[in-house]
Design a binder for this molecule. Structure first.
Ligand code: ADP
Ligand code: MG
Length: 447
């Protein structure tokens, strides 16, 4: 039966594209064969779907040629024993995993050299993500694949992802590493379609050893790019190439992303990064000050750490701003100086909230799932909470309508505008709405 499937694969070579062959057909196996009846075991429901839609007819006619008569082919989902899969010694398909790094030239490091594990401060908020990243860097393709890192804005996702790449480059300089933002991947894909260079595009992404893709949430509602990413993912994953993905939320909270993708994101390890606590914020400030050769009194550091609480990028920005201003004025960086200089980023009385917190608070208040709020179902129970989220993102986070649209899974800015206006009006007229909003606002510390 192994021989028979091998023959089928060889004959299918000209009929389906190589990536499709490798992704969908390579892992299958004929597990039962009786006169007129053949059972093929396929690894996943996705493979079954794909084969039924795209290859079953061809497989049937090939089997007919080989066996004379075919009444029925059954596809069952299961895991064929590894030793039985036909592809091991199929000569027509070179198996990329058999290449060794020795054959390759050294590749230049495409990453930001400042983002390393050494410069990353570990606290309770990021310990798991850090440990998982180190494990992946040590044994790419073997520890966790994919590694999915998620967390709010400015909390160190890109830093950690680049640290993985830097570390791999350090110990294996011949490995081909690609770091790309999801937006960049999308625009390259579109350009490749327009310029008819899609084969080069595919080759570029499907032959890397380490694929680092940042901010995957921007894949929402981009069906074509999702399809391409899906195949890239499968190719790489199947040949044990390391994939690292970051996002601003958990896979199942990403609306506008196909289930077959979000389910794959959970195949390896999912690790979150939370906001750092006070001690970690101070430690980060100390490390950044040292990096930049700045001498800052402890009291000033503590003042900054108490003031800027939800975003490490802003924490770092405050430090730079402060030191620049002190230099300009020729004064020491005292706590008082810091308090005067940084006043524009201190919103007095208001603690900063992130949009994640807004969505969480609203979902909790209305007892709905976050994924439903981010989704597209238009029942009354969901439309109202969704519009409340839009309203808060506009009122308190001062996001633009298109930005809010992106956050809510790729909705049109006119939908957002409509939602915000509706709640603004309702708040004035409807006591129940006013009460809802007040309760949520209180929970968010915005009252
Ligand atoms: P994200 O990708 O999550 O939005 P970044 O990785 O771009 O955030 O981080 C923003 C800035 O904060 C970067 O300059 C990064 O070096 C710094 N940073 C974030 N977390 C840490 C940390 N734990 N230790 C040191 N620097 C950090
Ligand atoms: Mg980032």
């Amino acid at each position: 039966m192994v021989e028979l499937w091998k023959k089928v694969l060889t004959k299918l070579e000209g009929e389906v594209s190589r990536p499709n062959l490798v992704t969908w057909l390579k892992p299958c196996q004929i597990t039962n064969q009786r006169p007129g009846l053949v059972t093929i075991t396929v690894p996943t429901i996705y493979a079954k779907d794909w084969i039924e839609k795209n290859a079953l007819g061809k497989i049937k006619s090939i089997l007919k040629e080989e066996l004379g008569k075919i009444d029925d082919i059954t596809l069952v989902i299961g895991r064929p024993a590894a030793s039985d899969t036909a592809l091991k010694d199929l000569p027509l398909l070179e198996r990329p995993e058999d290449e060794t790094d020795d054959d390759k030239p050294e590749t230049p490091n495409p990453l930001n050299q400042n983002y390393t594990f050494e410069t990353f401060v570990v606290g309770n908020n990021n310990r798991l993500a850090f440990a998982a990243s180190q494990a992946v860097a040590e044994k790419p393709g073997q520890a966790y694949n994919p590694l999915f890192l998620y967390g709010g804005v400015g909390l160190g996702k890109t830093h950690l992802m680049q640290a993985i790449g830097n570390e791999i480059h350090r110990h294996s300089p011949k490995k081909k590493i690609i770091f790309t933002s999801c937006e960049n991947f999308t625009s390259e894909f579109i350009a490749a379609l327009q310029n008819k260079t899609i084969n080069e595009f595919k080759k570029k992404y499907r032959t890397v050893d380490v694929f680092l893709i940042d901010d995957i949430q921007f894949l929402s509602n981009k069906e074509g790019t999702q399809e391409e990413f899906f195949h890239t993912f499968n190719m790489l994953h199947q040949s044990n190439r390391q994939i690292v993905i970051t996002a601003d939320r958990m896979p199942h909270e990403m609306a506008g992303l196909e289930d077959r993708l979000t389910s794959r994101f959970g195949w390896g390890m999912i690790a979150d990064i939370q906001t750092p606590n006070f001690e970690t914020r101070v430690a980060i400030l100390q490390s950044k000050a040292q990096e930049k050769g700045l001498d800052i009194p402890d009291a000033t550091m503590e003042f900054i750490a108490n003031t800027v609480t939800s975003n490490v990028r802003e924490l770092e920005g405050s430090l730079i701003k402060l030191s620049a201003a002190a230099k300009l004025d020729g004064v020491p960086m005292t706590r008082e100086f810091a308090s005067r200089t940084l006043k524009d980023i201190i919103r007095s009385g208001h603690t900063e909230v992130t949009y994640r917190q807004v969505i969480q608070a609203v979902a909790k208040h209305f007892d709905t799932e976050i994924s439903d709020i981010l989704g597209n179902k238009r029942t009354k129970e969901l439309v109202y909470p969704r519009q409340v989220v839009m309203y808060f993102l506009r009122e308190f986070l001062h996001q633009s309508y298109p930005q809010i649209g992106e956050i809510l899974g790729g909705k049109d800015h006119t939908t957002i505008m409509h939602g915000v206006n509706k709640i603004t009006l309702a708040r004035k007229k409807d006591a129940a709405v006013e009460a809802d909003l007040n309760t949520i606002q209180e929970k968010l510390g915005q009252k």
